[in-house]
Design a protein. Structure first.
Length: 313
């Protein structure tokens, strides 16, 4: 997706959060901006943009929340806030840190907590990942980047559903992923794979929104809908963990019902009904004929050379 972000002539590639900010110009940036004093016109009663949109904000307040366009339509009325985090490859772990009321820069502590969960309960996760190689790949991805800049390469990014189960089990809470259909993913919920539900399972649900290889932290109302559980969890849940599904079945059924009515992105045009037919399609028989003609031409050429040689004698 092309961005309308204008960069200076230094040729610097815009960061993920800059791309997102450029796509949502009507709201306050999540990163600090210098204070701009009010113009004289504001003292003279000039109507501001926020004043002109006051009617809309009273009608649908959630529509004024920044990045709301990145959330599926059926979930937008439940949104309380959406927070952008720094896009340095650690964004998924930064969202977890924010939700756990840590400092966003404590994303390294989140990584280590998930590493300990995965190492200490390898027998629980190995059936989910299938092979030792896959397990090691995910474990290595959780380790912090070694570069001095702290920027995480793609193999160090938070990935779902691979790490969704680890997060839910490590922090013993429900984790939900929200994304748009046109992003190519699916909304789903991750439960702990082995522990019983907490005393208040409906509160403090962790919501992550995935867009353009970047995560946002989403805060929703307690009575909101919930996406269906991840298929891997349904297959590999252990013991009392199954109770979690029953507590959210009504909300997940409502989500499925509304999601089925969501407008799906249009399919890309194809030439399926008007295929391109080539005028010349070589077949094996034609190739054999061509080969025979070439052989004949070579024989004729060799015969001519032989006759010339005999004439000279």
């Amino acid at each position: 997706m092309k961005s309308t972000l204008k960069t200076r002539s230094t040729g610097r590639i815009p960061l993920s959060w800059e791309i997102i900010d450029a796509q949502n110009p009507d709201s306050q940036c999540s990163h600090g901006k210098s204070y701009v004093p009010k113009s004289k016109g504001s003292r003279l009663g000039t109507c501001s943009r926020s004043q002109t949109s006051s009617y809309t904000s009273k009608k649908e307040p959630y529509l004024q929340i920044r990045y709301i366009s990145q959330i599926p339509n059926l979930m937008r009325p439940y949104i309380e806030d959406i927070v952008n985090v720094r896009g340095d490859g650690n964004c998924g772990f930064r969202v977890i840190a924010r939700h756990m009321r840590f400092n966003e820069e404590d994303h390294v502590l989140v990584r280590h907590a998930l590493i300990n969960e995965l190492k200490n309960h390898k027998s629980d996760y190995l059936p989910i990942y299938g092979t030792e190689r896959r397990y090691k790949l995910i474990l290595d991805g959780l380790h912090p980047p070694t570069s001095k800049s702290g920027i995480a390469p793609i193999e160090k990014w938070l990935t779902t559903p691979d790490m969704g189960h680890i997060i839910a089990t490590c922090y013993n809470r429900v984790v939900a992923l929200l994304t748009l259909l046109e992003m190519g993913g699916a909304c789903e919920t991750y439960f702990s794979i082995r522990s019983a539900p907490p005393l208040k399972p409906h509160s403090n649900i962790m919501y992550l929104c995935l867009i353009l290889d970047h995560f946002l932290h989403v805060k929703l109302k307690e009575d909101c809908l919930l996406p269906p559980p991840c298929k891997e969890w349904m297959t590999h849940k252990i013991g009392e963990a199954e109770k979690r599904h029953f507590e959210f079945m009504d909300r997940q059924a409502a989500f499925d019902d509304l999601m089925s009515k969501e407008s799906k992105p249009p399919k890309k045009p194809t030439n399926e009904h008007n295929p391109i037919v080539c005028d010349y399609t070589p077949t094996l028989k034609k190739k054999e004929q061509e080969f025979e003609v070439m052989e004949y031409m070579e024989d004729e050429e060799n015969l001519g050379m032989s006759l010339d040689f005999l004439d000279r004698l």
